[in-house]
Ligand binder design. Structure first.
Ligand code: SF4
Ligand code: SF4
Length: 489
């Protein structure tokens, strides 16, 4: 529709598209437009128009304008909202989206499972616990326990052959406990440095570890190569030792604490990248704010991300409905601290909220929930390719091998099935641009189908996105300059 309402347009029934209203502390109104992922400020007139055209059957523009005390202003404001895609003719089909980006989509981030062994025996582990995808009899599945140096190097060659024109690539190391195979990490990193120079690619490295094996040699290597490091830790001694134990049942906190302190000190000294803690949230966990404060103020982590545990039905550690409600409340409490810091122009390390604000600020509108199968691929200890690190030993989700290449047909077929437009449950959800149906692994564990929408946590996702929107409104009205840090990806 063009921006001037002609006679036919004014007779037309118009209505708002899928959206979410929210406001700042000072009462400034905003709308999140789910079809475009845009955030728009609304003045009182625009706000009243969004209300007036919200009825499912639509409203005739001419009828509404005829009753308005300032019809000329109202018509201009209505035109603006039509042009911005907030109001559209009833029954107008959404512009079709590309099913897939141009293929073969370049790889940016292989996740190398350098080992499928772990020296801990965490109750809730998807790798070793009841919800793992593999059924083999080995340490954690059917693959070799450790990736060889040759396979690690072959993974780098595969990346450099498959990354297209990307100027930078990232290599992520994962496990099991990643540092059980430090030689493969070293081999891959040194090889990537050399080959990256030949290919003129900038290579970044990251790794997730349980911190039990952080020797001085390892710390020196990781900080020298500016690794992005994530430590899996659930909080203070009491929290950590609830689930994160050795096979003997002994807790791991006393082992990891001094090593984490040495890692953080060395990283600070070398002005390395931010080091994050990743907390798995289970039923009965300590309050989020207390855990955040402990990990940042007592231990010195730069940021903390919280992840509700992935669990099949009936697991005692799973977060039930009440657990998610509590979590949302506690995320709200930590968001207060985030806003206070943002108003002062200071960073805050609540990673979940920071990531969400970045996506909102950049207008991210996802067709797929994450990069798995797109830029990101998992690589098993034997070099087999999977959607991501959680799928690498699942025969049903295999996508090829680093030596023989990626099966583009299987990859495209999966991504087509997993596209958010194929998830009919998600069509009327305002959180769709950010969630897109949620994690494939979570869906596989819950529904036996990685392309299923994660309907068991919709309320949680919508609640969290809503919290993000309200937080965005508070920051953009109190200190908009703070959001400049989210301008670049
Ligand atoms: S899974 Fe649920 S929250 Fe996510 S987009 Fe679909 S309906 Fe929305
Ligand atoms: S499928 Fe899930 S675990 Fe794998 S990369 Fe995506 S969000 Fe992460």
């Amino acid at each position: 529709m063009n921006s001037n309402l002609d006679a036919a347009d004014t007779a037309m029934q118009l209505r708002t598209v899928l959206h979410r209203r929210f406001r700042s502390d000072t009462g400034t109104e905003f709308v999140y437009v789910a079809t475009s992922a845009a955030i728009l400020g609304l003045d009182p007139l625009a706000s009243s128009i969004v209300d007036a055209f919200a009825a499912p059957g639509g409203t005739a523009a001419a009828t509404w304008l005829a009753t308005h005390p300032e019809p000329a202003d109202a018509e201009t404001a209505l035109h603006d909202l039509i042009d911005l895609g907030v109001i559209r003719p009833v029954g107008e089909a959404e512009a079709p989206r590309a099913q897939l980006p141009p293929m073969p989509f370049p790889i940016s981030t292989p996740v190398l499972n350098v080992t499928n062994k772990c020296n801990l025996s965490c109750t809730y582990c998807y790798e070793y616990g009841a919800d793992r995808l593999t059924s083999g009899t080995g340490s954690a599945g059917t693959g070799k326990a450790r990736m060889s140096d040759d396979t690690a190097r072959a993974s780098i060659d595969f990346l450099l052959r498959s990354c297209g024109d990307r100027p930078q690539v990232s290599i992520t190391f994962f496990g099991g406990e990643t540092l059980l195979n430090f030689p493969a990490i070293r081999a891959a990193t040194e090889y990537a440095e050399q080959r990256g120079r030949e290919y003129r690619k900038r290579v970044h490295y990251s790794l997730t570890t349980n911190a039990t094996l952080l020797t001085d040699e390892v710390i020196d290597f990781l900080t020298t190569h500016r690794f992005g490091i994530t430590v899996s830790i659930d909080g203070d001694r009491g929290q950590q030792d609830r689930h994160r134990t050795y096979r003997s049942g002994e807790g791991s906190f006393d082992v990891i604490e001094p090593q984490i302190r040495r890692l953080l000190a060395a990283n600070k000294q070398k002005q390395g990248r931010a080091i994050g803690a990743r907390v798995t949230l289970t039923s009965g966990a300590a309050p989020v704010r207390a855990t955040y404060d402990f990990l940042t103020k007592e231990l010195g982590f730069d940021e903390v991300g919280f992840a509700p545990v992935t669990a099949g039905l009936g697991r005692t550690y799973a977060l039930g409905e009440q657990g998610y409600e509590r979590l949302l409340r506690e995320f709200g409490e930590l968001a207060e601290d985030y806003v206070a810091a943002a108003v002062r122009g200071e960073s805050h390390g609540f990673a979940n909220l920071g990531d969400l604000l970045r996506e909102l600020h950049q207008g991210i509108n996802k067709a797929h929930p994450c990069g798995a199968g797109l830029g990101l691929l998992g690589v098993s200890t034997e070099g087999d390719l999977g959607l991501c690190h959680r799928f690498v030993e699942s025969k049903d989700h295999g996508l090829g091998n680093v030596a023989t290449g990626l099966d583009q047909g299987l990859r495209s077929a999966f991504l087509q099935r997993a596209h958010v437009d194929s998830k009919t449950d998600c069509t009327q959800c305002f959180a769709r641009p950010l969630c897109a149906g949620g994690c494939y692994h979570e869906a596989h564990v819950r529904y036996g189908d990685a392309t299923h929408a994660n309907l068991h946590y919709c309320e949680w996702i919508r609640g969290f996105v809503d919290l993000g929107l309200r937080t965005y409104a508070r920051i953009v009205t109190a200190n908009p300059r703070f959001l400049g840090r989210f301008d670049t990806p």
